[in-house]
Design a protein around this ligand. Structure first.
Ligand code: ADP
Ligand code: MG
Length: 293
């Protein structure tokens, strides 16, 4: 059984100020194994943050099945979800002041998730120091975030996200505000913690170079999973050749292929020697065969 299982997940936002219904996820299907380090990549507005918020128990699905470990998030009340958030997930956001409190030291920040679990002062101080050492920030533990560089702030944020030893680490564009060298450094700490702690880590990004630092990449377009691939096989995003076939036989063709071939809405499909063949402009395989006969 996979660690995370998502079936037909739908999220529709109902902004209060209008009668609009905004579909953000339109039937996401996905399995994630324990200990995987994966990236979710897609253009702006494709539903990446929404998927992360659902996995974090920070919003509820409109429909569908969503399980993380033994937690059936699709059936949870707000109270259930708040307990899940406190014990089981760590989150890291792009904007540093969503991760840290600016007025207190790095060490005090990392102690907060431990305090919420009721861990006594001495022990939580010890654990917070150990966690800061794991992200190479123990020498600056008494500094406040404003005295640290952008990369250091995100490393302290990572320590906060993992201090309570969650099952799942969720990060939304965590390198978005960093230059590429500093981003690379942060990603190495991600990889290190994924390796040494076996934590399942999911990182959202729109940057292919950032996604390359993870083991597997999942592409989301218009609220649906369109492709996936181990990153070791990829030189560019156009190298994604595996598409996801959902339970209803639906698949989403990669955008780069649709754009390159200017594919029309109607395409012909046929099966030949165990292969599925899609063709366009009415030039279907069966037509060709009939012509030959
Ligand atoms: N709170 C919200 N209320 C209404 N619409 C939203 C809300 N959050 C996101 N959306 C819409 O849902 C879609 C997906 O958004 P999001 O998940 O933030 O995408 P991404 O992170 O890939 O940029 C977009 O069309 C966005 O405008
Ligand atoms: Mg986003």
């Amino acid at each position: 059984m996979s660690f995370i299982e998502i079936r037909d997940l739908i999220k529709i936002y109902h902004p209060k100020e209008s009668n609009l219904r905004v579909p953000a996820l339109r039937g996401v299907e996905l399995n994630i194994e324990q200990g995987e380090f994966i990236s979710i990549i897609g253009p702006s507005g494709s539903g990446k943050t929404t998927l992360l918020l659902l996995l974090a128990g920070m919003t509820e699905p409109s429909a569908g099945y969503l399980r993380v470990g033994d937690f059936r998030l699709d059936q949870y009340t707000e109270t259930d979800r708040s307990i899940y958030r406190r014990f089981s997930v760590g989150t890291l956001w792009q904007i540093p002041n969503r991760n840290l409190i600016w007025e207190i030291s790095a060490l005090e920040n990392v102690e907060i998730p431990l305090r919420l679990l009721g861990i006594p002062r001495e022990q939580r101080r010890k654990e917070a120091k150990e966690m800061l050492a794991e992200v190479g920030m123990d020498h600056r533990m008494n500094h406040k975030p404003k005295q640290l560089s952008g990369g250091e702030v995100q490393r302290v944020g990572l320590a906060c996200a993992l201090a309570h030893k969650p099952l799942l680490l969720l990060a939304d564009e965590p390198t978005g505000e960093l230059d590429s060298k500093t981003a690379g450094e942060l990603l190495r700490y991600f990889k290190h913690l994924n390796d040494t702690r076996g934590i399942t880590a999911i990182m959202v990004t729109h940057d292919f170079d950032v996604a390359k630092a993870t083991d597997r990449l999942i592409q989301i377009v218009d609220g649906r999973i369109s492709g996936y691939s181990p990153t070791a096989d990829l030189k560019t995003i156009s190298d994604i050749h595996q598409v996801y076939l959902d339970r209803y036989g639906g698949l989403q063709l990669p955008r780069h292929i649709l754009e390159k071939l200017e594919v029309q809405q109607k395409i012909a499909i046929s099966e030949e020697d165990g292969r599925i063949i899609l063709s366009q402009n009415g030039d279907s395989v069966s037509n060709k065969k009939m012509k030959k006969d």
